[in-house]
Write a protein that binds this ligand. Sequence first.
Ligand code: ADP
Length: 166
Amino acid sequence: MSHCAVYPGSFDPITNGHLSIINRGLQIFGKVIVAVAHNPQKKSLFTVEERLDLIRRSLPGENNVEVDTFEGLLVEYCKNRGVSVVLRGLRALSDFEYEFQMALMNRRLERDIQSIFLMTDYKWFYISSTIVKEAASLGGDISGLVPDLVNQKMKEKFGLIPPSAL
Ligand code: ADP
């Protein structure tokens, strides 16, 4: 099913950089499966359920995006879903080394799965979930870098505003 791509990551939380890759991925693929990696060893700010919810609510009315979670090997997940394309985003040169290593390992594990990389928009070049969390935790204004709902949920997590029912 070459018209579908899996876009895997931690998405802790989703940023406008991720959204840009999803939207641009949809210009190439008929469907994008955003796959949130469940890695119990990795400390995260949001639970997997919260991350899935934030992604879904950041993509209102988008019928060609499925949001799912997986645990274990990405290539196994792709095989089980019948998808042979992995979509990833590239920012600075520093991403390249890690992505290159991951792509080659995935190919070694499963020859039929291809990795496709989209270069980020210059606006999101310096944005990562980590840097956004760091700024938000210190009370920095991160509006415009993440969807509004994510901005609000992060402030709640860091105790900067009281929790809402949203
Ligand atoms: P990881 O778990 O490897 O840190 P993330 O969940 O942060 O991955 O991101 C998933 C994918 O999205 C990766 O391919 C990453 O390079 C890409 N990505 C993250 N932030 C951006 C951004 N600002 N612009 C483009 N791609 C991005």
